[in-house]
Each structure stands twice: as structure tokens, then as C-alpha cells.
Ligand binder design. Structure first.
Ligand SMILES: [Zn+2]
Length: 154
């Protein structure tokens, strides 16, 4: 198990646009494995590669439907519908929580570690998480979506 350091707000990689993954090799497998270990260790719901200083379009989430960790490479939101209110935090912005408005349901197209395309449609917290992590790949922190800061997560 290899843990990577999660960088905090203000670190350069959090405000940059990550590059697409074009090579599906053992280095990518290792990056995904380290991201899964790091996310589990931090007890979070999602982690994006720029949060460990790697500017590549890779995210790992806890899928609320299967309770499994899922890696999404080159993820893209292909459909978003409805709205929901969420209370969000971020491993790179510790101790800060805010109410946000996110789509109620999103469909995301992505590649797996071998480069195979797949699609998932999710609602609830997993939809929020997908939006939050994909934002990281575009240099966007959840603060940009915060309507109101709150003391603690609901
Ligand atoms: Zn985050």
C-alpha cells in the first residue's frame, strides 16, 4: 500500500487543467492503486489525481450503489438533470463545509485502467461526488459552487 500526500488549497496543481490519459500501462495501474489506497486511508468519497499533484484526468470515487471504489479515466459528464442540495467538503480543503447545488442525476462516460469505455448514471451523493471530482480535473474547487458555508457536514 502506497499513500500519496494530498495537497491542500493553494497548491498549484489544484488550479490547473489536467491532461487526458493516452497510455494505459502499468504506471497508470499504479497511480490508480495509490489513489484508491490514499482515498481509503483519508476516509473520503472521492479523489482526483491533481489532489496528489498529478495533472492527469483520473478520479477515484466510492460508488454509493455498489460500495466499491471505482476509477474513472478521462471522465466526461454526458448528461446532467435536475438539481439537488448537497453539503460538500474536500480532502484538499480540510475542515470547510458548504452547501451547494448540484445536478440530481449525472451520466458519466469514462475509460477503465485498460482503456475500455464504460458509462455510469448515478444520483444522490455519488452524483455530487462525480461532479466534484471532475471539477478538480478542470482546476475548479467546490468553493466555486458554495451557496453558504456551514459549521459541519449534515
Ligand atoms: Zn475535492
Amino acid at each position: 500500500m502506497a499513500l500519496r500526500e494530498i495537497v491542500k488549497e493553494g497548491y498549484e496543481s489544484l488550479s490547473k487543467i489536467s491532461k487526458p490519459v493516452t497510455t494505459f500501462d502499468s504506471r497508470l495501474e499504479l497511480l490508480i492503486k495509490d489513489m484508491k489506497d490514499t482515498l481509503t486511508n483519508a476516509d473520503g468519497l472521492g479523489l482526483a489525481a491533481p489532489q496528489i499533484g498529478v495533472l492527469r484526468r483520473v478520479i477515484v470515487i466510492v460508488d454509493g450503489e455498489t460500495e466499491q471504489l471505482v476509477a474513472l479515466v478521462n471522465p466526461e459528464i454526458t448528461n446532467a438533470s435536475g438539481t439537488q442540495n448537497a453539503t460538500e467538503g474536500c480532502l484538499s480543503v480540510p475542515g470547510v463545509w458548504g452547501r451547494t447545488e448540484r445536478p440530481a442525476e449525472v451520466t458519466v462516460k469514462a475509460q477503465d485502467s485498460k482503456g475500455e469505455w464504460f458509462e455510469i448514471t448515478r444520483t444522490g451523493i455519488t452524483a455530487v461526488c462525480l461532479c466534484h471530482e471532475i471539477d478538480h480535473l478542470n482546476g475548479i474547487l467546490f468553493r466555486e459552487h458554495v451557496i453558504e458555508y456551514v459549521e459541519e457536514k449534515d
